[in-house]
Design a protein around this ligand. Structure first.
Ligand SMILES: NC(=O)c1ccc[n+]([C@@H]2O[C@H](COP(=O)([O-])OP(=O)(O)OC[C@H]3O[C@@H](n4cnc5c(N)ncnc54)[C@H](OP(=O)(O)O)[C@@H]3O)[C@@H](O)[C@H]2O)c1
Length: 354
């Protein structure tokens, strides 16, 4: 049976998700919500830069709600719980990289009725958070005993992350250090990361821990070009963010990211180290594990600005979740509830069904 999927928003995540839906043997693209008026009414293929795919994009929420579909991949710049609840109530399962990785009970309560009314499931997934910061440490902890520490961390040069609004308005690049320190940045970005920490604590059975966020900043020492323009000397051009879960003074879970706008013009003179751009997963236990993931960063800034692998992996995780989320019982389902989610063979290599 083919599952009918709607793509909600066509930024970096949305465009790659559409490509992947079209290649997935169990999925069919049946609709697409777009934000910009100039995308409204266009064939989705035009928006993603391929030939026509026979699906017309719409900026009408009502049209999407009225559509018969099994799932929506919800990937706009900003999450609106009332939109997600409406989609769930309309009978569509929702998969999103924006939130809902492992929500607090009071947050979960805000959409539980919508899931029950629509008989639908909500799943938060992605890569960072929603993959490398929770699922992967937990997967590798399964190969260890008496675990004392897990870690999931990203190390990236963000000059190729083509989301000007997110970089400037949400992540705080290009502002003064004082502005960023006084802003709700840690709280806003931490909303997802603390869900990863809590998922690790709960799944591994750690005792009650205090979650401590830390933010270190580097400023530009010379003008740095980035997707939203130029970062001037003295403005924020590097961030190290961590969320540590601490028990009796010992860190037992650490998630976070080092995000730099290049390595040349920073004070302090931070670098990504000899490992370069990467994701790391660490487990301390018997035996320990230390995993470095390459391939989720573009080879050049130009390539990343067009199609960023770090974004594309989040799209893949969303798309590949669809069959599992559609088969799940109604409610919010996390990695701890769903079976093993995996990708599918390339169409040229896939088993042919008679
Ligand atoms: N968890 C993870 O690992 C992970 C990974 C990647 C991204 N994300 C999150 O996923 C979201 C999408 O990421 P992205 O890389 O696709 O971002 P993006 O390239 O900036 O795309 C943002 C999308 O949101 C639309 N949009 C802009 N302003 C909007 C508004 N006010 N209301 C509704 N939609 C609006 C844009 O529409 P137009 O194109 O029509 O302007 C575009 O389709 C972001 O929130 C990002 O933080 C999470």
């Amino acid at each position: 049976m083919t599952l009918r999927v709607v793509q909600w928003a066509t930024g970096g995540v949305g465009k790659a998700a559409i490509e992947m839906i079209l290649k997935h043997p169990e999925l069919e693209l049946v609709g697409c919500w777009v934000h910009s008026p100039d995308k409204d009414g266009r064939d989705v293929g035009e928006i993603i830069g391929t030939g026509p795919v026979g699906v017309t994009a719409t900026s009408s929420v009502e049209e999407i709600l009225a559509l018969e579909a099994d799932a929506v991949i919800y990937a706009p710049a900003f999450s609106r719980t009332r939109e997600i609840a409406a989609l769930l109530r309309s009978g569509k399962n929702v998969i999103t990289p924006l939130n809902w990785f492992y929500p607090m009970p009071e947050d979960a309560a805000r959409v539980r009725d919508a899931c029950l009314e629509g008989g639908t499931t909500l799943h938060g997934t992605g890569v960072d958070p929603g993959g490398a910061t929770d699922l992967h440490p937990l997967m590798f902890a399964a190969l260890s005993s008496a675990v004392t520490f897990v870690r999931g961390e990203e190390f990236s040069d963000l000059r190729d992350y083509n989301t000007p609004e997110v970089l400037h308005d949400v992540m705080g690049f290009g502002h003064s250090p004082e502005y960023v320190r006084d802003s709700p940045l840690l709280e806003r970005i931490g909303h997802g990361y603390t869900q990863s920490v809590r998922m690790c604590l709960d799944a591994l059975g750690f005792a009650d821990a205090e979650i401590r966020p830390t933010l270190d900043l580097a400023v530009a020492t010379a003008p740095i070009d980035c997707p939203f323009g130029t970062i001037e000397p003295g403005q924020v051009a590097g961030e190290r963010l961590h969320w540590d879960a601490v028990i009796d003074g010992e860190v037992v879970v650490r998630v976070g990211a080092t995000w730099l706008m290049g390595e040349e013009n920073l004070d302090p003179a931070w670098t990504l180290g000899p490992g370069g751009q990467r994701f790391e997963v660490e487990v301390q236990g018997d035996p320990p594990a230390f995993v470095t993931i390459h391939g989720w960063h573009a080879k050049t800034i130009e390539e990343g600005l067009v199609r960023n692998p770090g974004v594309v992996v989040a799209s893949a995780h969303c798309v590949n979740s669809v069959p599992y989320v559609c088969a799940a019982e109604p409610g919010i389902k996390t990695y701890l509830d769903l079976p093993l989610i995996t990708g599918r063979a390339h169409p040229d290599l896939a088993r042919k069904h008679p």
